[in-house]
Design a protein around this ligand. Sequence first.
Ligand code: ASP
Ligand code: MG
Length: 406
Amino acid sequence: MRIIVQKFGGTSVASPEVRQMVLAKIEQARQQGYRPVVVVSAMGRKGDTYATDTLIGVAKNAYKHIAARELDQIMYCGEMISAVVMAGTMQAAGIDAVMLTGGQAGMITDNNFNNGRILKVDPTRMINLLKIGKTPVVCGFQGMTVDGELTTLGRGGSDTTAAALGAALNAELVEIYTDVDGIMTADPRIVKNAKILDQISYGEVCQLAHQGAKVIHPRAVEIAMQKNIPLVVKSTFSDAPGTLITNVVQQETSETAVSDRVATGVTYLPGVMQIKVILEASTTHNESFKVFRAMAESGISVDLINVHPGLIMFTVMEDVADAATVKLAALGYQVETTRNCAKVSVVGGGMREVPGVMANFVEALSFNDIPILQTVDSHTSISVLVKNDDVNKAVTALHERFGLSN
Ligand code: ASP
Ligand code: MG
């Protein structure tokens, strides 16, 4: 049995017209000899009647601090409505569709409400349905505990459902349908000549997603990567081939060997605050351990960490900025903060051990008079902290400098 998982995001299932386009994608897969498993998100976006954000609003209008468990029950409704409507659309077209909740599809999670971790996926029911020619339509984003409690997988979790089902079913392919033609070299609202990537590796797309690009949920990529299931990000609204995500970037797909590229994409993460903890010259290195332990105890995650004698620098997201500074002040530290910063990153599996990448990066920014507040790099990415106001200039300059505009 050649199984394909086809996941359709909120904008792909929002109206009867677009659901016909979804239907065409499902028919196409069937004609190619696949047995599709369809996964859907809640219909529409923020502001739409049955979108997840709307449902959260309904619950929070009753009580702002409603319990996580109850919030999961109402969030469940969004995907339920969407999957029923999609199953109906398919049945009307003669496809034997069967709607399943996440729990019915075998998505077992822990009891961490609003952010359930998948413990296992039992694909038995789906396999049995596929064997008798039925097409499961699964609610994305949903799980169930072993005790039968309803859970959700964290915002944007329908991608995770698709990847987890793909892995459990040993699918040939997982397609993530959205409203753009694929993963781009940069945000096209900033860089006019940003390009759709034909291919990208799991590692690169994870980096892009973690560094701010809203392409696909990084958990979905991590799950697909473990089982080496190829993912394709593509549009419901066009016939463009989309971006293939696999473990290697093949050479032969393009005239210029894509594996030779140093950089794959440029991305940015706004809403970051830089913290400098200024220490007395006499303090020992133990001090840095105390600072980071304090952040951890407050549940604050830190990034861009530099430790020097007399100075500890790191960043936190703006939404925890006050909590972080209050905690550090309470411990008696002298702290300097810079708000309204953004992390701008160049990601590329090909930059490993290539000399001059950092030089190019820094040059591109300094030629454009963009002050660098901090840097950090890994084998496959370089990131800098800049002021929010410099983001567009920085992303454009780096896109150009790393040859992504050609
Ligand atoms: N509907 C859920 C959300 O808005 C899950 C998803 O769209 O992936 O977060
Ligand atoms: Mg999404």
